[in-house]
Write a protein that binds this ligand. Structure first.
Ligand SMILES: Cc1ncc(COP(=O)(O)O)c(C=O)c1O
Length: 348
């Protein structure tokens, strides 16, 4: 079975983590500090604070911006549940906006309609490795959190995403662009925002009892993250090569392809195609052929809440399929995926 997703790990990763174990300094320490510096430099942002997950990064980025009771945060409905939970954890109200089919992220016009005097932030994902375009959102005059969980290295103009919003967050879950097993990062240009994130990620030796939680990353994880970050350009090049191979092989088939990477903007954390046939039987057939594909979003948030009024997210959910796309996918596996997709689509 060809997995939908898997991490890309090497002996060099093992050695870097082993060196930390041998050093005896395994909790947050110099490796975390170095990882923060290196990630901030990669993004081109002033500073970064490492945390234990992308969810923790979202939670603390929101708190740093003052999200709390009596505030609202606009998020996409076509996204993973982490965004909804992070907003709710702050006591703020998640306000759902519809999808933009071209970017698979937020529709700026729908976001604009949903802004109020209580809007504390908009969370803008660069979804599935596709750079979303931030200008329209920055122009709204509300703090933007760029969610780069799936898109480190995607380009906004000539520079990586994550340096235009008030803050940006990253996730280093096992199948993300680079991994620490679980982990996350907040980057920001404003030192006061970063200081707030750093303060909130640990509870020890604080004079007051303001709510804090242990959200720290460990040196063990940071060593893996640094080793992976050094190979990120190679990972991205392979993802783009896989995407190009899919594009060539699927060109004549009855499916819509994701935006191409002219100019090298996108990093293809997922390769998502649009199909106009029922997805569940298609996914089952592909699995029968040894290829695991998935809906890129488990289900839109508004469906879990029993709400209507998000037609483009509904269509994406009904018609969008994610194919295996990751650096360790071999050329042979890419061929097997395209043959299986061609066979199932041609049967319909
Ligand atoms: C767009 C997006 N934001 C945030 C997260 C949360 O990251 P984590 O799983 O590290 O908590 C994810 C996780 O998949 C994600 O896809």
């Amino acid at each position: 079975m060809i997995a939908h997703s898997r991490p890309t790990l090497s002996e060099a990763d093992v050695q870097r983590v082993a060196a930390v174990v041998r050093s005896g300094q395994i909790a947050q320490g110099p490796e975390v500090e170095a990882f923060e510096r290196e990630l901030a430099a990669f993004v081109g942002q002033r500073g970064a604070a490492a945390v234990s997950s992308g969810s923790a990064a979202l939670h603390l980025a929101l708190l740093a911006l003052g999200a709390g009771p009596d505030t609202e945060v606009v998020i996409p409905t076509y996204v993973c549940d982490a965004l909804y939970h992070a907003v709710s954890h702050c006591g703020a109200t998640p306000v759902l906006a519809d999808a933009e089919p071209a970017t698979l992220s937020l529709d700026p016009d729908d976001v604009k309609r949903r802004l109020t005097a209580r809007t504390a932030a908009v969370i803008l994902p660069h979804a599935f490795g596709l750079a979303a375009g931030v200008e329209a959102f920055l122009a709204m005059g509300v703090p933007v959190i760029e969610d780069c969980a799936q898109a480190i290295g995607a380009l906004d103009g000539a520079r990586p995403v994550g340096r235009r919003g008030a803050l940006a967050i990253f996730s280093f879950y096992a199948t993300k662009m680079l991994t620490t097993g679980e982990g996350g990062m907040v980057v920001a240009g404003d030192p006061a925002l970063l200081a707030r994130v750093r303060d909130l990620r640990e509870y020890d030796e604080r004079t007051d009892l303001a709510p804090r939680f242990n959200y720290k990353l460990t040196d063990l994880q940071a060593a893996l993250g640094r080793s992976q970050l050094a190979r990120l350009p190679e990972f991205i090049a392979r993802r783009r090569a896989v995407a190009r191979a899919y594009r060539r092989a699927l060109a004549g088939l009855p499916c819509r392809l994701p935006p191409d990477d002219a100019g090298g903007r996108h990093v293809y954390h997922r390769f998502v195609i649009g199909v106009e046939c029922p997805l569940d039987p298609l996914i089952a057939q592909l699995e029968g052929l040894g290829v695991r594909c998935r809906r890129p979003v488990f289900r839109p948030l508004h469906r879990a809440l029993g709400r209507a009024g998000y037609p483009r997210a509904d269509t994406l959910w009904e018609q969008t399929l994610s194919l295996p796309c990751y650096p360790s996918l071999t050329d042979g596996e890419v061929r097997r995926v395209t043959e299986a997709v061609a066979e199932t689509l041609e049967r319909r």
